[in-house]
Design a protein around this ligand. Structure first.
Ligand code: AMP
Ligand code: ZN
Length: 874
């Protein structure tokens, strides 16, 4: 009939046991050594005989388990060997020790038997009385003899009740022991009882305060009657222990709140914020510490309409009804966020509303309709039981239902209404909405609660959103600046669709193939003069025109070999240098050397700028090697087979390519498509032949995306996306950070490294590389301006010759002011873009050149000079 279930072996390696069952007293002691512990599990009581110096804990599990089977378990933990005998109850009828159930709100909890720790230096009738009281109550009990073993045992078991012997301070100070235990975290929910001596007949009743101050919860006047101890323990159990048990169950509710997706805010009845969850912090941009204890109205002040809305909400929730609706809240950043909100009053002390729980989620307009519908139902139907809040601030639109609050959705809502609500919700949840529709809906909703001036401004915003090409700037007036007009018209549209007659040109184009190419050079064959020139390649001021001359107009192959090698492209693609060489030659051969601007020197120039940007720290740390390889390949091929005419020209002329690509991104589509066709056509120059299908697809996608990004019709879209998604968020982090802490860097690198933003960075990179000529040293800049002007002049000549619409009339060789055209090009396309790129990649020398070059053109223009250079002094 043994019942001692667990035995502790202290560091000293001595186990102290006592028979607790056979005798009715816990006083028989046996000392055994660690090696024989397992053999003596049954019916033994643990006790120290090594005086009071050895930490000891006596464990007793009440006699509910007298018919139990036992199973011994040894484990090593923290320097202690613990041997526990687990008990398995053989009958269900065993007295009250089985787990009981408790309810907290709707939660049903299972309560394990109570654990009691007796801290008694010496066993006596008092400790025995508690011992047997525990037994009677079905509580588990441990006895600790020293303060240290008490703490150790408590930290192990987290007892609900601790009884500390406070009758004699010979062994330990009871207050000190209590403080030691209270210093531990789990003691928060433990009841600590002080056993105090009986007062002498003529003694004053001592104050309980010193005990309370030491952390005791209660005082028990010494009484060795088992019943007295039993009564004390079960009173504690029914009172404080039960409350603590329920309170601790709330931890799971808080865990749910902490991790749930919806923002939750709990306030007091007078709107003092008591709790917000992390989703709330994320949504509003505040830290919890900034909010808790603040009054809701201390948050950024709202306008009059918001105050009206708050009144409406208050009226509803103060009546104990739930309020549900949509409103705009101000985030810490000052931005507004439209939220779908539910506010629930919670009854507390005195049967009064003591808290308001607000549950919020960012509102998408799918739900708006649902709410509007619901509101209509309520207003038109029976709303005697429901609160209807109409926020009719500005009912400017006849057909707009402006109420977005639907009052309480009490259990009394008619079932028809609920069915309607859910079916409308279903319909709306099926709607696939474009982001622009959501934007328009949000603005519509905002208008309804905005002052007239704001609502009217928003009307204009809506007009733009509904009707205009979002990223194409509209020039103020046609006559403003013909250079800008022509450039914008020429570069940013796909032609004037005024075709006169049947001018569709179906010329059969042939492309240079591998077999037609001269014997390729190897990197080691590169003539010393060229090799020396290439040593300068990493500098921005590298002179591509010198390389063009030295290589007899084949700068792309030589520079490509050098740059691709330095970026480890062959290793990445697992291709030989010979394949790379053939590929570079093939690409270069398919550039038109007859074009003054769009020839392989321009491609080499763009490749050079690309490599230069890729080496910039910020760029390097944002992209991976696949991105780098893709960027270098994209730069190399980005204008391949350029006919020296603009997209507009090709569309107007009804060229084969314009027909093929439906007048849309004609050239860029052609460059990308042809580059892949040529590459794959011949194994000798197929640099992709050794990479796997997935890698090829990823690389191909990245290359195509970059080549298409060079198309100027989407110039402003790419730049503004880069500014909004990268520049601004990065600047915001810089502004808010006091120092360059790790988390700031982490915040910035999170921005840079997201896949969407890496895409924007790559687009911006190739775009800037493509039109970097105004940022080159003056001589190069002038040469490029001359070349592009010549190409435009040639186009105008041809347009005139063929009777086609003249896309850029200012680029007439007889009348054109090159300085003016360069000023317009820089003003319109270059300055903002390079400001943004410089802010990201840090390019002080480019910006310096740009500013110098701009001054140069301004100066010429001031001198009324229309040519590339000032006239020679007379
Ligand atoms: P891409 O055809 O890929 O080189 O795209 C760049 C566009 O910018 C082309 O349409 C060029 O004509 C134009 N562009 C580049 N540099 C200049 C410049 N200095 N002046 C005027 N237009 C330029
Ligand atoms: Zn280009």
């Amino acid at each position: 009939m043994g019942c001692a279930p667990s035995i502790h072996v202290s560091q000293s390696g001595v186990i102290y046991c006592r028979d607790s069952d056979e005798s009715n007293s816990p006083h028989q002691t046996t000392t055994i050594s660690q090696g024989t512990a397992a053999a003596t599990l049954h019916g033994l009581f643990i006790k120290t005989d090594a005086a009071e110096t050895i930490p000891s804990v006596i464990t007793y599990q009440s006699r509910h388990s007298r018919n139990n089977s036992h199973r011994g378990r040894r484990e090593n933990s923290g320097g202690h060997v613990r041997i526990e005998a687990e008990t398995q109850t053989s009958h269900a009828s065993v007295k009250q020790v089985s787990a009981t159930e408790e309810c907290v709100g709707p939660m049903r909890l299972t309560k394990e038997p109570i654990q009691v720790l007796l801290v008694f230096a010496k066993e006596d009738s008092q400790s025995d009385a508690f011992w047997w009281a525990c037994d009677r109550a079905g509580f588990r009990c441990n006895i600790a003899r020293t303060p240290e073993s008490a703490v150790e045992c408590f930290l192990d078991k987290h007892h609900e009740i601790i009884v500390i012997d406070g009758r004699h301070s010979r062994y330990f100070e009871p207050e000190a022991v209590c403080r030691m235990i209270r210093a531990t975290k789990p003691s928060e929910s433990t009841v600590i009882l002080a056993v105090v001596p009986q007062k002498l007949p003529d003694q004053e009743e001592p104050s309980v305060l010193p005990l309370l101050c030491a952390g005791f919860s209660r005082r028990f006047v010494e009484n060795s009657s088992v019943s007295a101890c039993y009564n004390e323990l079960i009173q504690i159990e029914h009172g404080e222990v039960r409350c603590q048990f329920k309170l601790r169950a709330c931890n799971s509710v808080f865990t749910a709140l902490e991790y749930c997706q919806e923002a939750v805010e709990i306030t007091s009845e007078d709107h003092i914020i008591q709790y917000v969850n992390p989703a709330f912090e994320r949504m509003m941009g505040y830290h919890r510490g900034e909010l808790i204890g603040k009054e809701l109205t201390e948050l950024p002040k709202s306008d009059k309409n918001r105050a009206d809305l708050l009144d409406t909400i208050n009226t509803c929730i103060k009546k104990g009804k739930e309020w549900q609706g949509i409103y705009f809240a101000r985030k810490k950043s000052g931005d507004s966020i439209q939220q779908q909100v539910k506010i629930l009053p919670v009854i507390g002390q005195g049967g009064k509303i003591r808290h308001f729980v607000a549950i919020k989620r960012a509102h998408t307009d799918n739900n708006n309709q649902v709410l509007k519908m619901n509101k209509e139902d309520r207003c038109s139907g029976d709303h005697s039981q429901s609160e209807c809040h109409s926020l009719r601030h500005r009912d400017r639109r006849k057909d707009s239902i402006d109420a977005r609050s639907v009052g309480s959705r009490g259990s009394d809502a008619p079932s028809l209404q609920n069915r309607r609500y859910s079916s409308v919700a279903r319909i709306h949840s099926m709607t696939i909405e474009a982001p622009i529709t959501k934007v328009i809906n949000i603005i519509n909703t905002a208008q309804e609660s905005s002052p007239v001036t704001v609502a009217e401004a928003l009307d204009r915003v809506l007009e733009i959103l509904r009707t205009t090409e979002l990223y194409s700037p509209q020039l103020a007036s046609k006559d403003d600046d013909p250079h800008t007009n022509d450039l914008v018209g020429g570069l940013m549209t796909d032609g004037l669709r005024r075709l006169s007659g049947n001018e569709y040109v179906f010329s059969k184009r042939t492309y240079m193939s591998q077999s037609q190419l001269a014997i390729p050079v190897t990197l080691s064959d590169v003539p010393p003069s060229i090799a020396e020139m290439l040593n300068d390649e990493e500098r921005w001021e590298f002179n591509i025109l010198d390389l063009e001359a030295a290589t007899h107009k084949r700068p792309l192959t030589y520079l490509g070999l050098k740059i691709f090698t330095s970026f480890g492209v062959c290793d990445f693609l697992n291709c030989s240098e010979a394949t790379l060489r053939s590929w570079l030659q093939l690409m270069e051969a398919n550039y038109h050397s007859s074009n003054s601007y769009h020839n392989s020197t321009h491609a080499a120039d763009v490749l050079h700028a690309t490599a230069y940007f890729l080496r910039k720290e910020r760029v390097k740390s944002s992209l991976d090697q696949l991105d780098e390889v893709a960027a270098l390949i994209a730069a190399t091929v980005h204008d391949v087979d350029h006919p020296g005419r603009t997209n507009s020209f090709l569309c107007n002329a009804g060229s084969e390519l314009a027909i093929l690509y439906n007048d849309t991104a004609v050239l860029e589509s052609h460059h990308a498509a042809l580059a892949f066709q040529l590459t794959i056509r011949d194994g000798k120059s197929n640099i992709f032949k050794n990479i796997d299908r997935n890698q090829f697809r990823t690389l191909r996608q990245a290359i195509i995306d970059m080549v298409l990004a060079t198309e100027m019709t989407r110039h402003f879209e790419h730049v503004s996306k880069f500014v909004n998604s990268i520049n601004k968020p990065m600047a915001a982090i810089e502004e808010t950070s006091t120092s360059s802490t790790n988390s700031d860097c982490e915040g910035q690198s999170n921005i840079r490294n997201s896949p969407e933003n890496r895409l924007l960075i790559k687009r911006m990179l190739i775009k800037c590389a493509d039109v970097a000529n105004p940022c080159r040293p003056l001589e190069l800049c002038i040469e490029w301006a001359g070349r592009i002007s010549e190409e435009y002049f040639a186009q105008t000549d041809e347009e005139k010759r063929q009777g086609l619409p003249v896309v850029m009339p200012v680029f007439d060789r007889n009348t054109c002011s090159v300085p003016k055209s360069q000023i317009s090009f820089i003003d319109y396309f270059i300055t903002d873009m390079f400001d943004a790129w410089d802010a990201f990649a840090s390019l002080p020398n480019l910006m310096e050149h740009l500013s110098e070059n701009y001054k140069y053109w301004k100066n010429l223009d001031d001198m009324k000079c229309k040519s590339l250079r000032p006239p020679p002094p007379s």
